[in-house]
Design a protein around this ligand. Sequence first.
Ligand SMILES: Nc1ncnc2c1ncn2[C@@H]1O[C@H](COP(=O)(O)OP(=O)(O)OP(=O)(O)O)[C@@H](O)[C@H]1O
Length: 365
Amino acid sequence: MATLDLENICKSFGPAKVLHDIDLAIRDKEFVVFVGPSGCGKSTLLRIIAGLEEATDGRIVIEGRDVSREDPVDRGISMVFQSYALYPHLTVFENIAFPLRVQKMTQQDVNQRVNRAAEILQLTDKLTLKPGQLSGGQRQRVAIGRSIVREPKVFLFDEPLSNLDAALRGDMRVELSQLHRELNATMVYVTHDQVEAMTMADRIVVLNGGRVEQFGSPMELYHHPATKFVAGFIGQPNMNFVPGTVVEANGDGVAIDTVDGARLVLPVDRAGVSTGDAVEIGIRPEDVRLGDGLGLNIRVLERLGGVSIAHGALSDGTRFCASLDGNARIEEGVPVGLTVDPACAHVFKADGTVLRRQAAPALVA
Ligand SMILES: Nc1ncnc2c1ncn2[C@@H]1O[C@H](COP(=O)(O)OP(=O)(O)OP(=O)(O)O)[C@@H](O)[C@H]1O
């Protein structure tokens, strides 16, 4: 298996530049997920790796070899599409075997590889069926089987689960993670679903407007988002953003006045802000508890059992969501006070970048 380096990849369609200097070093055996909103360029980037689209500039290097000018079949990659792209008139066996037939592999080798792939994907008893006789999840597994038999250096997946219902998507996420472990392969996976990214990735690339916002492990992105965009994209329910004004910035941290006259003193690096600056405080729904601080008017309460999700607004109208204990005595229409955990709050400057967290949380409000 293989390393995959993207070096300064740029892509324009006519006058429209859709990818800007993408530089990524993907490690051997890594499961990397490209995530971002519709139109951010993730599929285009994957297609450039596959050789289905040509970069306007930059290099694709697989296992140290520049493949930028090579045809897709010569790159040692294999791609699984959202649409499955199965042949309806062929059996499951022949669908999986298809790329091997093209390579004119011997029947014995074909049997061996197809049976092995079917075993891994639990399709052994389905090999004689046609795609029309399979469920959506089984069809997707056939498409993955066709990818496995080629024994590629790098697997590419383009939103492979988006045609499946929610329950099946959950099952397939687990299966794909297991498959990654079993094959010990380098995999690049495109999705717009942050839950897929968080649950499957070793590292996540967050793309925004054709640029890399951040590249890091799921928990790095969750705890240390570099920008407001990443902070808002990763984590569910979404992070809250509350407006504030810097009233003091010193070596101990930054004091911010916010809604309802509440003052938060946060252990973040003061570099880059001055007294009077407008900022936004990023607060995850799970980083508050009932107590003094912000006042939340609860409009909708979702009781999930272990936790209750309270959706509503602060007194200035800022939307806010709190994830509270399932047994908390809270009700729709009844205001509650929320205490923010200062060690977990983030501060974003007007340009959307974060103030770095101090190494050790030093202050409380
Ligand atoms: N063949 C093309 N010609 C012109 N513009 C294109 C072409 N393919 C993609 N684009 C544009 O490039 C940008 C990135 O598209 P891309 O499909 O890579 O986004 P994406 O992040 O995969 O979105 P989605 O999640 O909706 O598939 C979009 O603005 C899109 O309109």
